[in-house]
Design a protein around this ligand. Structure first.
Ligand code: HEC
Ligand code: HEC
Length: 159
């Protein structure tokens, strides 16, 4: 009787151990590998928080240029919100090129060690040039120095 009980106990332990292994295995494979909120970031950090994203998009981009979200994010007619992850609106890639330029300017021209869009240490921001508009005013007070005129007529063909 004692022997039988001991054997049952052993079997129970084996079964319990197997169940634990299976449970851990399932938990391991079903847990998402990362906990990222956003799907299509090429410049901003993958693990950016909702608050930081909001401050950059609304507080910096939209405000610096005097625009709404759907200036850069495609919005289907009748949809409540733009499709933020989509790259269908070409302005989004222009904005990415501007972000890259701003990061580079801060790093190479203003010696910001680790430039990050949205960081208060940034010297040059979207606002530096845009000042609330989509097309910065680059020409108003600059006197014209070079006036190249129309291109010369094409040379006559050689015989
Ligand atoms: C000047 C253009 C511009 C404006 C205006 C703009 N965004 Fe964006 N947004 C971008 C760019 C560029 C990215 C992608 C950044 C990257 O690739 O790292 C982005 C990414 C996002 C994402 C992440 C989507 C994903 O899953 O990858 C969200 C959310 C978002 N924007 C929300 C907003 C909201 C809300 C507004 C308005 C308050 C807004 N944006 C205004 C340019 C803009
Ligand atoms: C060094 C100056 C400068 C900075 C800094 C700058 N921009 Fe620009 N941006 C320009 C100029 C100039 C144009 C107009 C280009 C043209 O006329 O073709 C422009 C155009 C754009 C456009 C296209 C507008 C349109 O309707 O076609 C977007 C979008 C944009 N900028 C986003 C940004 C964002 C976002 C930032 C910050 C990450 C930024 N820019 C920072 C100078 C700048």
């Amino acid at each position: 009787m004692k022997k039988l009980l001991l054997q049952l106990n052993k079997q129970l332990m084996v079964i319990t151990a197997m169940v634990i292994v299976v449970v851990i295995g399932v938990a391991g494979t079903t847990a998402p590998p990362q906990n990222h909120l956003y799907k299509n970031l090429k410049i901003l950090p993958q693990d950016i928080s909702r608050e930081a994203m909001h401050d950059i998009m609304e507080g910096q981009f939209a405000d610096a240029m005097g625009i709404k979200c759907d200036y850069c994010h495609v919005k289907e007619p009748g949809a409540d919100h733009p499709d933020f992850a989509s790259d269908a609106n070409p302005k989004k890639d222009i904005a990415r090129a501007m972000m890259t330029m701003v990061l580079q300017l801060n790093k190479e021209n203003f010696k910001v060690q680790k430039p990050l869009i949205g960081d208060s240490l940034m010297v040059v921001t979207c606002y530096t040039c845009h000042h609330g508009g989509t097309f910065p005013d680059t020409k108003s007070k600059i006197p014209v120095v070079h006036e190249f005129g129309p291109p010369p007529p094409p040379a006559p063909p050689k015989q």
